[in-house]
Design a protein around this ligand. Structure first.
Ligand code: ADP
Length: 481
């Protein structure tokens, strides 16, 4: 059998457009799958930055009207990827992020904007392009959710469909009055269709109609069948448990490699791990922290939202500082949390530092300079920062949820005795348990041989895309057969 051809449908793809981990995944998968002999092309919207990055674009399909205006599908190379881009200026030629206006408000026509992306996916899936017809359409998150639904309702021969949930917290809701504008049949507004608590959910469309559902860790795949994590989708996910599985994310081991990372003050690998100390000093200098080589330096690189549990960290800052620790935080998001960390930095100059914003370079500096990375998430589908931390010898201190539970081996007595631990986990996710875990982390830090073992185990753990790509390839082959 020839290798299946897969069309990945996503609203963001690194390095072309990124707001979060979704882009890292959709950007890395095609390359990782090529090693498995799988051909993946990526369909994404033609935002201004994407159109500007296209090399030798060629129009391969055109629409007189796609959701309110003329549009074309362009085939091109961009950012090292083989892409198909929906060029629809009336939908995508806008300033701001892919989802929001410069003032931070979501575009009110977002459901229509991403429905157009999914319509193009369904058209390509059913043979709209000469010479290219995918065997599998793989949709990501709510923005891709309508693609499996459209293919289902069209009837006739169609490619197999996969829906991947990167974060169930975004249902992609639309008003019921939009049903027809979204190109959905009247009967679809039902419990076994796209209806979700009185609204339309584009995510539900994908969860309901995809042949297979994946999410980005086995633990999250189990958690989302329960009311505590299911965000209202738990009933549907329980009903579809037979086609639901979890495949972990990896990280791009060429971008995240401390031995070759040109962004770092000092490059290092496991044998030369002593060289990390220079990165710690450089980070402390850059962030205005006291240059104390022996102070346990904790770091955070995160969106600042309720999901990430950083309000718990604010509660625990007195403990962290009381233990002689320092904090370097990079993040942006919720105004209350931003203000909270700014206030904390003002209260403890030289010991708490925060940079509010998005900064890829600083993210690398932090991973290489901190002693431990804090990820106290209330839920975490996979999480990527803890994977980078492992690779950089920063010991992850994480909530035992989702992908954090699956990628960090807790330094409990059994794991320490077996020499297997890579970090620390805590559960339940509350300030008291985080507090206790900060004590434990600092105790381990003050025991250099044990700390070195944690670092070495982390740095040698396989966090690349190799294993995950093998799982996706197996899934595609099963579906194509
Ligand atoms: P999520 O997708 O929920 O935001 P992940 O851990 O899966 O969380 O992925 C976050 C990605 O975005 C990581 O690559 C992380 O390094 C990066 N990131 C998050 N916040 C920032 C920031 N403020 N500056 C730079 N990179 C960030």
């Amino acid at each position: 059998m020839t290798a299946p051809r897969v069309l990945s449908v996503a609203s963001e793809v690194f390095p072309l457009v990124k707001t979060g981990g979704l882009a890292d995944v959709t950007g890395a998968l095609p390359g990782a799958l090529a090693a498995e002999g799988i051909e993946m092309r990526t369909l994404l919207p033609g935002y201004p930055g994407v159109i500007a990055a296209l090399k030798k674009p060629k129009a391969v399909h055109s629409y007189a009207d796609l959701s309110g205006g003329p549009a074309r599908i362009l085939a091109a190379q961009a950012g090292g990827l083989d892409v198909l881009v929906v060029e629809a200026p009336h939908l995508y030629d806008r300033p701001g992020t892919p989802y929001a206006r410069p003032d931070g408000q979501d575009w009110p026509d977002n459901p229509i904007r991403f429905a157009a992306l999914c319509r193009a996916a369904a058209d390509i899936g059913t043979g709209a392009l000469a010479g290219y017809r995918p065997d599998i359409v793989h949709a990501h998150d709510w923005q891709g959710g309508l693609a499996p639904a459209y293919l289902h309702y069209r009837g006739g021969p169609r490619p197999a469909t996969v829906m991947t949930v990167h974060n169930l917290a975004f249902p992609g809701k639309a008003a019921p009055s939009l049903l027809e504008n979204l190109g959905l049949p009247p009967q679809s507004f039902a419990i076994d269709g796209v209806e979700f608590y009185g609204a339309i959910s584009l995510l539900k469309a994908g969860l309901q109609f995809a042949d297979r559902i994946t999410t980005v860790s086995p633990t999250y795949a189990a958690e989302i069948r329960t009311p505590a994590y299911g965000m209202g989708f738990e009933g549907l996910l329980r009903a579809r448990a037979g086609v639901l599985s979890g495949i972990l994310n990896g990280i791009d081991a060429t971008i995240w490699n401390p031995a070759t990372d040109n962004l770092l003050a000092h490059r290092y690998d496991l044998p030369s791990i002593a060289g990390r100390a220079a990165n710690k000093t450089a980070l402390q200098t850059r962030m205005g922290l006291i240059e104390a080589p022996d102070a346990p330096l904790f770091g955070v690189i995160s969106r600042l939202t309720g999901q990430k549990g950083l309000d718990l960290l604010l509660d625990c800052l007195p403990t962290l500082l009381g233990l002689g620790g320092q904090l370097a935080l990079l993040g942006a998001g919720d105004a209350m949390l931003e203000a909270g960390f700014r206030h904390a930095a003002a209260q403890a100059p030289g010991r708490v530092a925060c940079v509010i914003g998005y900064d890829e370079t600083l993210a690398h500096h932090i991973q290489a300079g901190i002693d431990a990375l804090l990820v106290p998430s209330r839920f975490e589908p996979c999480g990527l920062t803890q994977l980078c931390a492992l690779r950089y010898g920063a010991v992850p201190v994480v909530a035992r949820v989702g992908g954090l539970a699956d990628t960090v081996i807790d330094a409990n007595p059994a794991a320490l005795a077996a020499g297997a631990a890579t970090g620390l986990q805590f559960a339940p996710v509350n300030a008291d348990m985080l507090d206790a875990t900060l004590h434990h982390a600092v105790a381990l830090y003050r025991d250099p041989p044990t700390w070195r073992t944690l670092q070495a185990n982390g740095m040698t753990a396989d966090v690349s895309w190799t294993g995950p790509a093998r799982h996706y390839a197996a899934l595609y082959r099963t579906l194509a057969a």
